[in-house]
Design a protein around this ligand. Structure first.
Ligand code: BGC
Length: 382
């Protein structure tokens, strides 16, 4: 298994060498036939799985955006299976796509596909998840992933009463030590490391001064990870933690969970174990990510404490714009050229902001903005 430090490809400072590399590599706009009409051009879109609501939304939004511009789209989902995704991308390259947009399963597993894309002059846009260990990545569209983790941890501290509503230390913080358990995402997804790092950096001072404890002592990402981000796996780990560390009356106050399906698995385990049906009723504070409709409904009902909203419509727009730039013979404009070192190059990136969603602001952020209707939130489905 890879170690966290090897997998977290991000740097604070960029070396001159890396910058030179980043400028020189990748297929780039100059290799695309920019005189061709949109209907003669095809974009291959590789998505990881249909089991997460967000990837369905992402795929549909990218496809719609490109088709509105007149391009052909070849959209494939890979059932979270790495060989399937590799084959799908191989096939897209063989069939002659003009640009690739890739949301990987394992960001390091596609190097031969990226080499092939480079050889064919196909620009590659990494979508949400960084493609690593390859210089053949042209552009990256994503959110501020470290900030996702910071927000998750801050929402947990707020829910526990350690921070007040301005996210400052609360005057009336609880005196008792607060017990939490920590979950991480899939180790082969670079994002999982960034979410974890943001969260741990935020929680660490409170763990050090004894405000927070982790009774299982599972504070390493390798212990907390959830392979392939599977809900069932998170539920089982929570069940095991409860059996092993909490069946003697030990209190559990909060759970750091990195994505909504995992949060729902964790909540199911807690409910089945008799911790209550809602937070008011004794359910620990559980965080999340993606603002999935089923989860927003749980937040409105006071069951899940928080999630992180990442507007995938905006991410899809950025990917569509970047693809359109390449297909028009231009280079997309990054807003970050320092953060995402993929182990070979610093990938020029476009980062979007994220928002913390709680019971008190979900209406403003998600309903008033038109992302969901009140009915959808009530029903918990789209
Ligand atoms: C994405 C998250 C998502 C997770 C599981 C991550 O790479 O950034 O939004 O919850 O994968 O699909």
């Amino acid at each position: 298994m890879r170690t966290a430090s090897k997998m977290m490809f991000t740097v604070a400072a960029v070396s001159a060498l890396a910058l030179t590399a980043c400028e020189g590599e990748g297929a780039g706009a100059d290799e695309v036939d920019s005189d061709a009409a949109p209907e003669d051009l095809t974009v291959g879109v590789a998505m990881p799985t249909q089991t997460y609501e967000r990837w369905l939304n992402d795929g549909a939004a990218v496809e719609d955006g490109l088709e509105e511009m007149g391009y052909n789209v070849e959209l494939q989902y890979a059932d979270d299976d790495i060989p399937t995704q590799s084959q799908q991308i191989d096939q897209m390259i063989t069939s002659g796509v003009d640009v690739l947009i890739v949301a990987s399963i394992d960001g390091s597993a596609l190097t031969s596909q990226l080499d092939a894309a480079e050889a064919e002059g196909i620009p590659v846009i990494a979508y949400d998840r960084l493609l690593t260990n390859s210089e053949n990545v042209d552009f990256y569209v994503t959110f501020d992933n470290y900030e996702v983790g910071v927000n998750q941890a801050n929402s947990l501290l707020y829910g526990l009463g350690v921070l007040d509503e301005s996210f400052e230390p609360a005057d009336d913080a609880p005196d008792e030590t607060l017990n939490v358990e920590l979950f991480a995402g899939s180790l082969d997804d670079n994002n999982a490391h960034l979410f974890w790092q943001g969260a741990i950096d935020t929680l660490e001072p409170y763990m050090e001064d004894g405000t927070i404890e982790v009774p299982s002592e599972q504070t390493d990402i390798n212990q907390a990870a959830t392979q392939r981000w599977e809900q069932e796996t998170a539920q089982q780990r929570m069940e095991n933690l409860l059996t092993t560390h909490y069946n003697d009356g030990t209190e559990l106050h909060g759970v750091l969970a990195p994505a909504d399906p995992l949060s729902r698995g964790i909540i199911t385990a807690l409910r089945n174990d008799g911790w209550g049906d809602s937070i008011e009723d004794g359910l620990p504070i559980v965080t999340g990510q993606d603002a999935e409709i089923a989860t927003v409904s749980l937040i409105a009902d006071g069951v899940q404490h928080s999630t992180i909203f990442k507007d995938t419509r905006m991410l899809a727009d950025q990917a569509v714009e970047a693809a359109n730039d390449y297909l028009s013979g231009e280079e997309p404009e990054p807003n970050d050229t320092e953060t995402y070192d993929n182990g070979e190059i610093v990938v020029p990136s476009y980062l979007l902001e994220v928002e913390m969603v709680l019971e008190e602001n979900y209406e403003e952020i998600l309903v008033d903005s038109g992302y969901y209707t009140e009915e959808q939130v009530e029903d918990g489905q789209l």
